[in-house]
Design a protein around this ligand. Sequence first.
Ligand SMILES: [Zn+2]
Length: 350
Amino acid sequence: MALLVPRRYAHAVTGLLDRLRDGVVLGAEGYLFELERRGYLKSGPYVPEVVLDQPEAVAELHREFVRAGADVMVAFTYYGHEEKLRAVGRAGDVEALNRQALRLAREAAAEGDALVAGNICNTWAYDPADPEGSGDRVRGMYRDQVRWAAEEGADFILSETNDYVGEALIGLEVIRDHGLPAVVTFASSEDATIDDHSFEDACKRLEDAGADVVGLNCSRGPATLLPLLERVRAAVSCPVAAQPVPYRTTPEQPTFQSLRDPGGGRAFPIALDPFTCTRFEMADFATAARDLGVGYIGICCGGAPHHVRAMAEALGRTVSASRYSPDLSLHPILGDVATTAGRYGSWRDG
Ligand SMILES: [Zn+2]
């Protein structure tokens, strides 16, 4: 049977699962928010047109994540499916965008021995009241995206920000049809999936259907994701993935969609800045998740390279960008040799 598996896929299976057996695989995402902040992508539709229009901007962010220590380059095809591209009048660009995104990720991955992940996500086309009809439409979009990713050399497929078990199962079925490892994660925007499964049950169902890695991404910051992760970890046997948003969510405002500024205004999605986690908070998340037994640890919307480097270093790694990691002993005011040393104290200690 193994002889029937194409050589590239056989290597790929070894790549992801072997790395997970050896230790933590560090993911890095947040392309959507970061490229929006940099002026290459429109908030609202959030369609990754930048892949075709300004590919060098995507390549640069990939490179920054590789230098920060990411083990995976995720092709920026989030919301790169037909449904979303049609909404901005670019349905004819779906294949070109997907293939180009894979190539950009592959080129960056080669700079740092990273794996390449194809990416599928929530489509907004799935309707639990019409799982057959809407499911066929979703399946068609996923088939195209996964086939293009496979042809462009993806090592595995990341199916993320899933809101429905039903839709996630369709994605998994398509990924398995292509013989690629599947990482499937749910967005915990509410207390359960929209089709009303607890997240631990949702993950267990995906594991039972053959997912290699299951878990949670997006929506929650470290403080409110960790308790859910503990339940998921206890419910499944396979490796668990966790990619929170780097925002200071609380039990009262558990998701970044629910965060409110002091005046009561909604901070999501483009006024979240004051809630952003520091690099130290994300480093603490990385070690806490590792200690819980989470194998695939990353970051989602809002994440930036400085977070990823701090997470990598907290996990005991020295990465390319560590060359420029902070050394405040050399700071003119805070440092050991500063003439004004002690005048301001450490900014971390207050
Ligand atoms: Zn996200």
